[in-house]
Design a protein around this ligand. Sequence first.
Ligand SMILES: Cc1cc2nc3c(=O)[nH]c(=O)nc-3n(C[C@H](O)[C@H](O)[C@H](O)COP(=O)(O)OP(=O)(O)OC[C@H]3O[C@@H](n4cnc5c(N)ncnc54)[C@H](O)[C@@H]3O)c2cc1C
Length: 407
Amino acid sequence: MKVAVIGGGWAGLAAAVDLTAAGVTTTLFEAGRVPGGRARGIDIAGRRLDNGQHILLGAYRETLNLMQQVGADPAQLLDRHPLQVLDPGIFRLALPRWPAPLNVAWGLLSAVAVDWPEKAKTALWMQGVKWRGFRLPADTTVAAWLDAAGQTGALRRHLWEPLCLAALNLPAERASAQIFANVLRDSLGSSRRADTDLLLPRADLGTLLPEPAVRWLVTNGATLHFGTRITGLVPRPDGIEIAGSIYDAAIVATAPQHADKLWPPLAITFDYEPIATVYLEFSPKTALAFPLQKQSGKYGQWVVDRNNGLLACVLSGHGDWEALADDQLAAALCAELSLPEPPRWHQVIREKRATFSCRPSLARPDWRTADSRVVLAGDYTWADYPATLEGAVRSGRRAAHAILGKR
Ligand SMILES: Cc1cc2nc3c(=O)[nH]c(=O)nc-3n(C[C@H](O)[C@H](O)[C@H](O)COP(=O)(O)OP(=O)(O)OC[C@H]3O[C@@H](n4cnc5c(N)ncnc54)[C@H](O)[C@@H]3O)c2cc1C
């Protein structure tokens, strides 16, 4: 069986690995020169960085499993921490290393800057959400969901809204409550403590999965074409024609705006949200109290300590920050961090279409197409999740298994 995978992001790589592991003759086409798509390593000014700072969760089971499969050891490559939301001097919620759900209960009860009535009300609400299996009667915005639950205090400002922005790349006023609830279900709501952990990459994103996956694919006989943009798939009686060759099946694992062009009519009508990563390099002794910190200035949202004095500030979704030039943005974030020294170096990376806008009741295209030989993969096809690495990997594996099931 010959199968083509179009797109070498995390979804396409996951699909290609599973196909190859099952003995399928796999050819992967990637338009870019390197693998990884929206989560890749890049070289800038002699530094190995990412196209955008990423944060993983212990709940990313399929991603961790795939890393292991291709020889990238998650224990070596990821720093695992019990979840902590820290805004120094303002808010702190830290989970202890206890079994779930005790860790979450204690984290909530010991949260700093939240009064007891609010803690009790939130604990009851979370229990109710759990009893209802994290299912909402109808999708709405996260803001409306929190309003209806009376979640209007410190936990909303310091926990739910920042988590929503980080996970869905949209502010609570516009984000889907059901998708946010799904993320909570599989992380804070999980009965497995490891799922609640925060995983911060110790290495660049290329080293985490894309490069080991490519090595594994080559070693196991797959063919990979980089710098090759596919312009169309032509259904023929004997297979799917792609770049002049016939394949028994194809997986379109591109971002939604590209899938639409390759396999019309998918009729995808998504809006997209940007993410900026602002790298600020200070002297090597500079370090944050916890490697992921919330910021609550005018622009800053989250900042990650990348070690050796390198900080990565993450700005998710549309906002005032977009109007600032790179130097102004870096200067504004430095001022908000109030560190004793100016940065030695900075770099701003703006991803204009980082994720699709995960709005309430967003219609996602079916991953199956009218031609059973063509299957879609990509973060946007994993309808349970917002745009995430885990959604991408799961979608790639599902696509591969659908094709394997047809053999
Ligand atoms: C800045 C940023 C920060 C993020 N932060 C997080 C985070 O903290 N945690 C998290 O879980 N997720 C995060 N995400 C989301 C995550 O990166 C994506 O959900 C995931 O990478 C999507 O993978 P994918 O394989 O579905 O799509 P993509 O990565 O878009 O891969 C599609 C690939 O297809 C290729 N392609 C397109 N058209 C063609 C064609 N015609 N022919 C051949 N190849 C083609 C593209 O070049 C690309 O490599 C972030 C994204 C960004 C941009």
